[in-house]
Write a protein that binds this ligand. Structure first.
Ligand code: ATP
Length: 134
């Protein structure tokens, strides 16, 4: 029986995280889900949002820009478009991205521009929310 979970968060650019943790809570496409050691295996899509985990008493937070999660009894692997630990988030950049996205939403001339701006706004808001946790 596994006592910990190896949590790995990987993006096309880098390995964001590889840690032995006690619990993982992730923003699944059909709602947030929690994973403890020895969970039954499953695969799911991940939304833009907040991933959190615990090591001993300490909670840590990661902004996650969507992707896939593979859950195994002793391992959770997240393949994300982009992800940042709370402490790595550049708040000034995220605020600028939020303002840009809001402007683009207001000025969108077609559906595609609107949907792209909406996605950029979601990413910026997720980063700002997670950054507040540090
Ligand atoms: P921006 O418009 O500021 O580039 P974005 O949402 O378009 O934001 P992404 O395409 O999601 O950015 O990410 C591109 C790269 O930049 C990724 O490596 C991501 O981790 C990093 N990144 C984006 N925004 C931030 C931020 N505020 N703080 C730290 N890293 C960030």
């Amino acid at each position: 029986m596994a006592e910990k979970i190896l949590l790995e968060v990987v993006t096309p650019e880098k390995k964001v995280l590889s840690e032995q943790v006690d619990i993982v809570v992730a923003p699944g496409e059909e709602g947030e889900f929690g994973v403890l050691p020895n969970h039954i295996p499953f695969l799911t899509k991940i939304k833009v949002g907040e991933l959190r985990f615990r090591v001993g008493g300490a909670a840590r937070y990661v902004s996650i820009m969507g992707g896939y999660a593979e859950v195994l009894p002793d391992r959770v692997t997240i393949l994300a478009t982009a992800a940042e630990e709370a402490t790595e988030i550049d708040v000034i950049r995220a605020k600028a991205a939020r303002e840009r996205a809001e402007r683009r939403l207001a000025e969108a001339k077609d559906r595609l521009e609107f949907v792209r701006a909406q996605a950029a706004l979601q990413r910026a808001l997720a980063r700002l929310r997670v950054a507040e946790r540090r």
